[in-house]
Design a protein. Structure first.
Length: 460
Protein backbone atom coordinates (compact mmCIF):
# COMPACT_ATOMS: atom_id res chain seq x y z
CA UNK A 1 0.00 0.00 0.00
CA UNK A 2 1.34 3.44 -0.85
CA UNK A 3 0.69 6.75 0.82
CA UNK A 4 0.11 8.42 -2.55
CA UNK A 5 -2.79 10.77 -2.17
CA UNK A 6 -5.58 10.11 -4.66
CA UNK A 7 -5.77 13.82 -5.32
CA UNK A 8 -1.99 14.37 -5.78
CA UNK A 9 -2.22 14.97 -9.56
CA UNK A 10 -2.32 18.77 -9.56
CA UNK A 11 0.20 19.23 -6.74
CA UNK A 12 3.95 19.82 -7.16
CA UNK A 13 4.98 19.92 -3.50
CA UNK A 14 4.24 17.40 -0.76
CA UNK A 15 1.84 18.40 1.99
CA UNK A 16 3.45 20.14 4.95
CA UNK A 17 4.00 17.52 7.62
CA UNK A 18 2.00 19.33 10.27
CA UNK A 19 -0.79 20.22 7.85
CA UNK A 20 -1.07 16.56 6.98
CA UNK A 21 -1.72 15.70 10.61
CA UNK A 22 -3.85 18.80 11.13
CA UNK A 23 -6.22 18.04 8.28
CA UNK A 24 -6.41 14.28 8.78
CA UNK A 25 -9.55 12.75 10.27
CA UNK A 26 -8.64 9.08 10.22
CA UNK A 27 -7.74 9.24 13.91
CA UNK A 28 -11.46 9.36 14.64
CA UNK A 29 -13.41 8.65 11.45
CA UNK A 30 -11.94 5.13 11.16
CA UNK A 31 -14.90 4.34 13.40
CA UNK A 32 -17.14 4.61 10.32
CA UNK A 33 -15.35 1.83 8.38
CA UNK A 34 -18.20 -0.68 8.37
CA UNK A 35 -20.55 1.90 6.95
CA UNK A 36 -17.98 3.22 4.52
CA UNK A 37 -17.49 -0.30 3.19
CA UNK A 38 -21.23 -1.04 3.08
CA UNK A 39 -21.77 2.19 1.12
CA UNK A 40 -18.95 1.32 -1.29
CA UNK A 41 -20.29 -2.17 -1.89
CA UNK A 42 -23.76 -0.79 -2.69
CA UNK A 43 -22.21 1.85 -4.95
CA UNK A 44 -20.19 -0.79 -6.84
CA UNK A 45 -23.24 -3.00 -7.29
CA UNK A 46 -25.18 -0.07 -8.69
CA UNK A 47 -22.35 0.88 -11.06
CA UNK A 48 -22.22 -2.68 -12.40
CA UNK A 49 -25.98 -2.86 -12.79
CA UNK A 50 -25.82 0.32 -14.85
CA UNK A 51 -23.03 -1.06 -17.06
CA UNK A 52 -20.47 1.41 -15.65
CA UNK A 53 -18.40 -1.40 -14.10
CA UNK A 54 -18.11 -4.97 -15.41
CA UNK A 55 -19.44 -7.87 -13.35
CA UNK A 56 -15.84 -9.03 -12.77
CA UNK A 57 -14.79 -5.62 -11.53
CA UNK A 58 -17.77 -5.50 -9.21
CA UNK A 59 -17.01 -8.95 -7.80
CA UNK A 60 -13.37 -8.06 -7.25
CA UNK A 61 -14.34 -4.84 -5.51
CA UNK A 62 -16.95 -6.46 -3.27
CA UNK A 63 -14.65 -9.34 -2.29
CA UNK A 64 -11.74 -6.94 -1.74
CA UNK A 65 -13.81 -4.64 0.46
CA UNK A 66 -15.04 -7.57 2.50
CA UNK A 67 -11.48 -8.71 3.07
CA UNK A 68 -10.55 -5.22 4.21
CA UNK A 69 -13.47 -5.16 6.64
CA UNK A 70 -12.34 -8.46 8.12
CA UNK A 71 -8.80 -7.16 8.46
CA UNK A 72 -10.05 -4.08 10.28
CA UNK A 73 -12.35 -6.21 12.46
CA UNK A 74 -9.35 -8.29 13.48
CA UNK A 75 -7.30 -5.19 14.22
CA UNK A 76 -4.82 -6.02 11.46
CA UNK A 77 -5.35 -2.94 9.33
CA UNK A 78 -2.78 -0.21 9.38
CA UNK A 79 -4.42 3.21 9.28
CA UNK A 80 -2.28 5.86 7.62
CA UNK A 81 -2.54 9.50 8.54
CA UNK A 82 -0.98 10.39 5.16
CA UNK A 83 -4.14 8.98 3.58
CA UNK A 84 -6.20 11.50 5.52
CA UNK A 85 -9.45 9.73 6.27
CA UNK A 86 -11.27 6.42 6.45
CA UNK A 87 -12.44 6.75 2.85
CA UNK A 88 -9.01 7.09 1.27
CA UNK A 89 -7.46 4.52 3.58
CA UNK A 90 -10.00 1.91 2.52
CA UNK A 91 -9.80 2.83 -1.15
CA UNK A 92 -5.99 2.69 -1.18
CA UNK A 93 -5.99 -0.66 0.53
CA UNK A 94 -8.49 -1.94 -2.01
CA UNK A 95 -6.34 -0.87 -4.95
CA UNK A 96 -3.28 -2.38 -3.29
CA UNK A 97 -5.23 -5.63 -2.98
CA UNK A 98 -7.12 -5.95 -6.28
CA UNK A 99 -5.29 -3.62 -8.62
CA UNK A 100 -6.87 -1.47 -11.28
CA UNK A 101 -10.51 -2.35 -10.51
CA UNK A 102 -10.01 -0.68 -7.12
CA UNK A 103 -9.28 2.59 -8.88
CA UNK A 104 -12.70 2.45 -10.55
CA UNK A 105 -14.74 2.33 -7.34
CA UNK A 106 -14.76 6.10 -6.97
CA UNK A 107 -16.47 6.57 -10.37
CA UNK A 108 -19.53 8.83 -10.05
CA UNK A 109 -18.82 9.50 -6.39
CA UNK A 110 -17.02 11.97 -4.15
CA UNK A 111 -15.93 11.84 -0.56
CA UNK A 112 -18.51 14.53 0.01
CA UNK A 113 -21.51 12.31 -0.69
CA UNK A 114 -19.61 9.35 0.73
CA UNK A 115 -19.01 10.85 4.17
CA UNK A 116 -22.54 12.24 4.37
CA UNK A 117 -23.82 8.71 3.67
CA UNK A 118 -21.47 6.98 6.08
CA UNK A 119 -22.41 9.20 9.01
CA UNK A 120 -26.11 8.73 8.37
CA UNK A 121 -25.78 4.95 8.16
CA UNK A 122 -23.75 4.90 11.36
CA UNK A 123 -26.11 7.18 13.24
CA UNK A 124 -29.13 5.20 12.09
CA UNK A 125 -27.72 2.10 13.80
CA UNK A 126 -26.69 4.02 16.91
CA UNK A 127 -30.16 5.50 17.25
CA UNK A 128 -31.65 2.00 17.08
CA UNK A 129 -29.35 0.89 19.92
CA UNK A 130 -30.14 3.98 21.97
CA UNK A 131 -33.86 3.41 21.51
CA UNK A 132 -33.46 -0.14 22.81
CA UNK A 133 -31.62 1.18 25.86
CA UNK A 134 -34.35 3.73 26.54
CA UNK A 135 -36.90 0.93 26.41
CA UNK A 136 -34.82 -1.17 28.82
CA UNK A 137 -34.72 1.71 31.28
CA UNK A 138 -38.44 2.32 30.84
CA UNK A 139 -39.22 -1.32 31.60
CA UNK A 140 -37.12 -1.15 34.76
CA UNK A 141 -39.11 1.92 35.80
CA UNK A 142 -42.40 0.16 35.12
CA UNK A 143 -41.45 -2.76 37.34
CA UNK A 144 -40.45 -0.44 40.17
CA UNK A 145 -43.52 1.80 39.70
CA UNK A 146 -45.83 -1.18 39.86
CA UNK A 147 -44.25 -2.42 43.08
CA UNK A 148 -44.45 1.07 44.59
CA UNK A 149 -47.96 1.99 43.42
CA UNK A 150 -49.15 2.24 47.06
CA UNK A 151 -46.04 3.85 48.54
CA UNK A 152 -46.81 7.38 49.72
CA UNK A 153 -44.21 10.12 49.54
CA UNK A 154 -44.41 13.90 49.64
CA UNK A 155 -44.83 15.49 46.23
CA UNK A 156 -42.94 18.76 45.85
CA UNK A 157 -43.28 22.10 44.19
CA UNK A 158 -40.44 24.56 44.81
CA UNK A 159 -38.91 21.56 46.62
CA UNK A 160 -41.37 22.32 49.43
CA UNK A 161 -43.84 19.65 50.49
CA UNK A 162 -46.92 20.14 48.32
CA UNK A 163 -49.27 17.16 48.31
CA UNK A 164 -48.85 13.46 48.92
CA UNK A 165 -48.17 11.40 45.84
CA UNK A 166 -47.33 7.78 45.31
CA UNK A 167 -43.75 6.83 44.57
CA UNK A 168 -45.02 4.76 41.65
CA UNK A 169 -46.65 7.85 40.22
CA UNK A 170 -43.41 9.80 40.48
CA UNK A 171 -41.51 7.04 38.68
CA UNK A 172 -44.13 7.05 35.94
CA UNK A 173 -43.38 10.73 35.40
CA UNK A 174 -39.81 9.68 34.60
CA UNK A 175 -41.21 7.06 32.24
CA UNK A 176 -43.17 9.70 30.32
CA UNK A 177 -40.14 11.95 29.95
CA UNK A 178 -38.22 9.06 28.44
CA UNK A 179 -41.09 8.14 26.18
CA UNK A 180 -40.98 11.55 24.54
CA UNK A 181 -37.22 11.17 24.13
CA UNK A 182 -37.81 7.86 22.41
CA UNK A 183 -40.33 9.51 20.10
CA UNK A 184 -37.89 12.29 19.22
CA UNK A 185 -35.30 9.69 18.19
CA UNK A 186 -37.86 7.89 16.04
CA UNK A 187 -38.54 11.19 14.25
CA UNK A 188 -34.87 11.95 13.87
CA UNK A 189 -34.13 8.51 12.40
CA UNK A 190 -36.98 8.90 9.93
CA UNK A 191 -35.76 12.27 8.67
CA UNK A 192 -32.11 11.24 8.39
CA UNK A 193 -32.97 8.26 6.23
CA UNK A 194 -32.44 9.98 2.88
CA UNK A 195 -29.37 8.95 0.87
CA UNK A 196 -26.76 11.51 -0.21
CA UNK A 197 -24.86 9.13 -2.59
CA UNK A 198 -25.03 10.23 -6.19
CA UNK A 199 -24.77 13.89 -5.26
CA UNK A 200 -21.03 13.32 -5.84
CA UNK A 201 -19.05 16.46 -5.00
CA UNK A 202 -22.11 18.72 -5.16
CA UNK A 203 -23.72 18.78 -8.60
CA UNK A 204 -24.42 15.11 -9.28
CA UNK A 205 -22.53 13.07 -11.85
CA UNK A 206 -22.51 12.63 -15.61
CA UNK A 207 -22.67 8.81 -15.34
CA UNK A 208 -26.04 7.10 -15.79
CA UNK A 209 -26.36 6.16 -12.11
CA UNK A 210 -29.48 4.76 -10.42
CA UNK A 211 -29.70 6.40 -7.01
CA UNK A 212 -32.96 4.68 -6.16
CA UNK A 213 -31.30 1.31 -6.49
CA UNK A 214 -28.36 2.27 -4.23
CA UNK A 215 -30.80 3.72 -1.71
CA UNK A 216 -32.73 0.46 -1.67
CA UNK A 217 -29.57 -1.59 -1.16
CA UNK A 218 -28.59 0.55 1.83
CA UNK A 219 -32.05 0.61 3.41
CA UNK A 220 -32.63 4.32 2.82
CA UNK A 221 -36.21 5.42 2.25
CA UNK A 222 -35.17 7.42 -0.81
CA UNK A 223 -32.25 9.30 -2.35
CA UNK A 224 -31.92 12.89 -1.10
CA UNK A 225 -33.84 15.19 -3.45
CA UNK A 226 -31.21 17.84 -4.06
CA UNK A 227 -27.51 17.16 -4.65
CA UNK A 228 -26.30 20.43 -3.12
CA UNK A 229 -28.38 19.86 -0.01
CA UNK A 230 -27.36 16.20 0.16
CA UNK A 231 -23.66 16.98 0.68
CA UNK A 232 -24.06 20.04 2.87
CA UNK A 233 -26.91 19.06 5.18
CA UNK A 234 -25.91 18.19 8.74
CA UNK A 235 -29.36 18.83 10.21
CA UNK A 236 -29.60 15.19 11.16
CA UNK A 237 -26.54 15.52 13.37
CA UNK A 238 -27.89 18.65 15.05
CA UNK A 239 -31.31 17.12 15.44
CA UNK A 240 -29.81 14.05 17.04
CA UNK A 241 -27.66 16.16 19.37
CA UNK A 242 -30.78 18.12 20.33
CA UNK A 243 -32.75 14.94 21.06
CA UNK A 244 -29.75 13.60 22.98
CA UNK A 245 -29.49 16.84 24.96
CA UNK A 246 -33.14 16.73 25.96
CA UNK A 247 -32.75 13.09 26.94
CA UNK A 248 -29.73 13.87 29.12
CA UNK A 249 -31.51 16.91 30.54
CA UNK A 250 -34.21 14.47 31.63
CA UNK A 251 -31.74 11.95 33.01
CA UNK A 252 -30.01 14.75 34.90
CA UNK A 253 -33.31 15.62 36.60
CA UNK A 254 -33.85 11.99 37.58
CA UNK A 255 -30.23 11.86 38.71
CA UNK A 256 -30.66 14.98 40.83
CA UNK A 257 -33.69 13.46 42.55
CA UNK A 258 -31.72 10.32 43.33
CA UNK A 259 -28.95 12.45 44.79
CA UNK A 260 -31.44 14.29 47.00
CA UNK A 261 -33.42 11.22 47.94
CA UNK A 262 -30.35 9.20 48.88
CA UNK A 263 -29.05 11.90 51.24
CA UNK A 264 -29.22 11.31 55.01
CA UNK A 265 -31.66 14.24 55.28
CA UNK A 266 -34.20 12.66 52.92
CA UNK A 267 -33.28 8.97 53.02
CA UNK A 268 -36.15 8.09 50.66
CA UNK A 269 -34.08 5.58 48.74
CA UNK A 270 -30.96 3.58 49.13
CA UNK A 271 -28.71 3.13 46.13
CA UNK A 272 -26.89 -0.15 45.77
CA UNK A 273 -23.22 -0.14 46.78
CA UNK A 274 -22.50 -1.21 43.21
CA UNK A 275 -23.42 2.27 41.99
CA UNK A 276 -21.76 4.35 44.70
CA UNK A 277 -18.24 5.05 45.86
CA UNK A 278 -16.66 6.06 49.14
CA UNK A 279 -14.52 8.93 50.30
CA UNK A 280 -10.78 8.68 50.81
CA UNK A 281 -11.02 10.77 53.98
CA UNK A 282 -14.55 10.44 55.43
CA UNK A 283 -15.16 6.80 56.35
CA UNK A 284 -18.94 7.17 56.61
CA UNK A 285 -19.43 8.43 53.05
CA UNK A 286 -21.35 6.60 50.36
CA UNK A 287 -21.50 8.96 47.43
CA UNK A 288 -24.07 8.77 44.63
CA UNK A 289 -21.38 9.10 41.95
CA UNK A 290 -23.35 7.49 39.18
CA UNK A 291 -26.28 9.91 39.27
CA UNK A 292 -23.90 12.81 39.80
CA UNK A 293 -21.84 11.86 36.78
CA UNK A 294 -24.92 11.48 34.62
CA UNK A 295 -26.00 14.94 35.76
CA UNK A 296 -22.55 16.25 34.79
CA UNK A 297 -22.46 14.55 31.41
CA UNK A 298 -25.60 16.39 30.39
CA UNK A 299 -23.55 19.61 30.30
CA UNK A 300 -20.98 18.03 28.04
CA UNK A 301 -23.62 16.85 25.58
CA UNK A 302 -25.33 20.26 25.52
CA UNK A 303 -21.89 21.59 24.55
CA UNK A 304 -21.79 19.24 21.56
CA UNK A 305 -25.20 20.51 20.43
CA UNK A 306 -23.92 24.05 20.55
CA UNK A 307 -20.70 23.05 18.83
CA UNK A 308 -22.60 21.52 15.95
CA UNK A 309 -24.98 24.45 15.59
CA UNK A 310 -22.06 26.85 15.54
CA UNK A 311 -20.18 24.64 13.10
CA UNK A 312 -22.98 24.88 10.55
CA UNK A 313 -23.94 28.48 11.12
CA UNK A 314 -23.08 30.66 8.15
CA UNK A 315 -21.48 27.90 6.06
CA UNK A 316 -22.04 28.60 2.39
CA UNK A 317 -23.34 25.68 0.34
CA UNK A 318 -22.24 23.08 -0.47
CA UNK A 319 -19.55 20.96 1.27
CA UNK A 320 -16.84 22.67 3.32
CA UNK A 321 -14.00 21.08 5.21
CA UNK A 322 -15.52 22.51 8.38
CA UNK A 323 -17.91 19.58 8.21
CA UNK A 324 -15.15 17.21 9.23
CA UNK A 325 -15.59 18.71 12.69
CA UNK A 326 -19.05 17.14 13.00
CA UNK A 327 -17.72 13.71 13.88
CA UNK A 328 -16.04 14.01 17.25
CA UNK A 329 -18.97 15.78 18.94
CA UNK A 330 -21.36 13.34 17.35
CA UNK A 331 -19.34 10.28 18.38
CA UNK A 332 -18.96 11.57 21.90
CA UNK A 333 -22.67 12.38 22.13
CA UNK A 334 -23.50 8.79 21.20
CA UNK A 335 -20.95 7.37 23.65
CA UNK A 336 -22.15 9.51 26.55
CA UNK A 337 -25.84 8.87 25.87
CA UNK A 338 -25.25 5.14 25.64
CA UNK A 339 -23.19 5.14 28.81
CA UNK A 340 -25.74 7.14 30.78
CA UNK A 341 -28.64 5.00 29.65
CA UNK A 342 -26.81 1.81 30.35
CA UNK A 343 -25.83 2.76 33.86
CA UNK A 344 -29.29 4.07 34.66
CA UNK A 345 -31.03 0.99 33.31
CA UNK A 346 -28.69 -1.19 35.38
CA UNK A 347 -29.11 0.94 38.50
CA UNK A 348 -32.89 1.46 38.61
CA UNK A 349 -33.76 -2.16 39.49
CA UNK A 350 -31.37 -1.93 42.46
CA UNK A 351 -33.02 1.18 43.99
CA UNK A 352 -34.33 0.30 47.44
CA UNK A 353 -37.23 2.55 48.48
CA UNK A 354 -37.41 3.39 52.20
CA UNK A 355 -41.14 3.52 52.53
CA UNK A 356 -41.27 4.52 56.18
CA UNK A 357 -39.02 7.52 55.61
CA UNK A 358 -41.12 8.66 52.67
CA UNK A 359 -44.27 8.28 54.70
CA UNK A 360 -42.82 10.16 57.69
CA UNK A 361 -41.74 12.99 55.39
CA UNK A 362 -45.19 13.17 53.81
CA UNK A 363 -46.71 13.53 57.29
CA UNK A 364 -44.47 16.46 58.09
CA UNK A 365 -45.19 19.29 55.69
CA UNK A 366 -49.00 19.72 55.94
CA UNK A 367 -49.25 17.76 52.70
CA UNK A 368 -52.98 17.21 53.12
CA UNK A 369 -53.88 20.90 53.49
CA UNK A 370 -55.40 20.97 49.99
CA UNK A 371 -57.50 17.94 50.90
CA UNK A 372 -58.92 19.80 53.88
CA UNK A 373 -59.76 22.77 51.63
CA UNK A 374 -61.45 20.46 49.10
CA UNK A 375 -63.39 18.89 52.01
CA UNK A 376 -64.72 22.30 53.03
CA UNK A 377 -65.68 23.08 49.42
CA UNK A 378 -67.65 19.83 49.30
CA UNK A 379 -69.44 21.03 52.45
CA UNK A 380 -70.44 24.24 50.62
CA UNK A 381 -67.67 26.75 51.39
CA UNK A 382 -66.30 28.76 48.39
CA UNK A 383 -62.74 27.60 47.60
CA UNK A 384 -61.09 30.93 48.52
CA UNK A 385 -62.73 30.90 51.99
CA UNK A 386 -61.74 27.28 52.44
CA UNK A 387 -58.14 28.16 51.47
CA UNK A 388 -58.11 30.88 54.13
CA UNK A 389 -59.59 28.66 56.86
CA UNK A 390 -57.06 25.90 56.16
CA UNK A 391 -54.23 28.42 56.11
CA UNK A 392 -55.14 29.37 59.66
CA UNK A 393 -55.30 25.71 60.69
CA UNK A 394 -51.81 25.22 59.24
CA UNK A 395 -50.58 28.24 61.20
CA UNK A 396 -51.87 26.62 64.39
CA UNK A 397 -50.14 23.37 63.45
CA UNK A 398 -46.89 25.28 62.91
CA UNK A 399 -47.23 26.92 66.34
CA UNK A 400 -48.03 23.64 68.05
CA UNK A 401 -45.47 21.69 66.04
CA UNK A 402 -47.99 19.12 64.84
CA UNK A 403 -49.67 18.03 61.61
CA UNK A 404 -53.30 18.81 60.66
CA UNK A 405 -54.40 15.26 61.47
CA UNK A 406 -53.06 15.76 65.01
CA UNK A 407 -55.29 18.78 65.72
CA UNK A 408 -58.36 17.99 67.81
CA UNK A 409 -61.86 18.23 66.36
CA UNK A 410 -62.73 21.37 68.41
CA UNK A 411 -59.48 22.97 67.29
CA UNK A 412 -60.29 22.27 63.64
CA UNK A 413 -63.89 23.39 64.09
CA UNK A 414 -62.65 26.77 65.38
CA UNK A 415 -61.66 27.47 61.74
CA UNK A 416 -64.97 26.33 60.24
CA UNK A 417 -68.10 24.95 61.81
CA UNK A 418 -68.56 22.82 58.67
CA UNK A 419 -65.84 20.47 59.88
CA UNK A 420 -67.10 17.16 61.24
CA UNK A 421 -65.71 13.89 62.57
CA UNK A 422 -65.29 12.59 58.98
CA UNK A 423 -62.55 15.18 58.37
CA UNK A 424 -59.90 12.75 59.59
CA UNK A 425 -60.57 10.48 56.58
CA UNK A 426 -59.32 13.17 54.20
CA UNK A 427 -56.42 14.19 56.39
CA UNK A 428 -54.74 10.81 56.05
CA UNK A 429 -52.10 10.29 53.38
CA UNK A 430 -53.84 7.22 51.99
CA UNK A 431 -57.15 9.08 51.77
CA UNK A 432 -55.45 11.96 49.98
CA UNK A 433 -53.78 9.91 47.26
CA UNK A 434 -56.76 7.58 46.82
CA UNK A 435 -58.98 10.61 46.19
CA UNK A 436 -56.98 11.62 43.11
CA UNK A 437 -58.59 8.83 41.22
CA UNK A 438 -58.80 10.07 37.64
CA UNK A 439 -56.81 9.45 34.45
CA UNK A 440 -53.25 10.65 35.09
CA UNK A 441 -53.82 11.00 38.85
CA UNK A 442 -51.70 9.65 41.68
CA UNK A 443 -54.20 7.15 43.18
CA UNK A 444 -52.66 3.67 43.40
CA UNK A 445 -55.36 2.26 41.12
CA UNK A 446 -54.54 4.91 38.51
CA UNK A 447 -50.83 4.20 38.76
CA UNK A 448 -51.47 0.50 38.14
CA UNK A 449 -53.65 1.37 35.15
CA UNK A 450 -50.95 3.74 33.83
CA UNK A 451 -48.33 0.99 34.18
CA UNK A 452 -50.56 -1.42 32.25
CA UNK A 453 -51.07 1.10 29.43
CA UNK A 454 -47.37 1.90 29.39
CA UNK A 455 -46.44 -1.78 29.03
CA UNK A 456 -48.39 -1.82 25.78
CA UNK A 457 -46.57 1.28 24.56
CA UNK A 458 -43.09 -0.09 25.18
CA UNK A 459 -44.00 -3.40 23.57
CA UNK A 460 -44.04 -1.76 20.12
N1 LIG B 1 -12.84 13.68 6.06
C1 LIG B 1 -13.81 14.45 5.35
C2 LIG B 1 -14.99 14.80 6.29
O1 LIG B 1 -15.04 14.25 7.32
C3 LIG B 1 -14.31 13.68 4.18
C4 LIG B 1 -14.78 14.50 3.05
C5 LIG B 1 -13.64 15.22 2.44
N2 LIG B 1 -14.05 15.94 1.29
C6 LIG B 1 -13.26 16.88 0.77
N3 LIG B 1 -13.71 17.48 -0.27
N4 LIG B 1 -12.11 17.21 1.32
O2 LIG B 1 -15.81 15.60 5.99
Amino acid sequence: MTDKKPWAGRFNEPTDAFVEAFTASVGFDWRLYRYDIAGSIAHARMLARQGILSAEERDAIVAGLERIRERIDRGEFEWRVALEDVHMNVESALTADIGVAGKKLHTGRSRNDQVATDVRLWLRDEIATIRDEIRRLQRALLDLAEREADTVMPGFTHLQTAQPVTFGHHLMAWFEMLDRDHGRLVDCARRLNAMPLGAAALAGTSYPIDRHYTAELLGFDAPAENSLDAVSDRDFAIEFAAAASILLMHLSRCAEELVIWSSAQFAFVELSDRFCTGSSIMPQKKNPDVPELVRGKAGRVFGHLFGLLTLMKGQPLAYNKDNQEDKEPLFDTVDQVRGCLRVFADMVPTIRPRREAMRAAALKGFATATDLADYLVRKGLPFRDAHEAVGKAVALGVTKGCDLAQLSLPELQSFSPLIGEDVYDVLTLEGSVAARDHFGGTAPAQVRAAVARARQRVAT
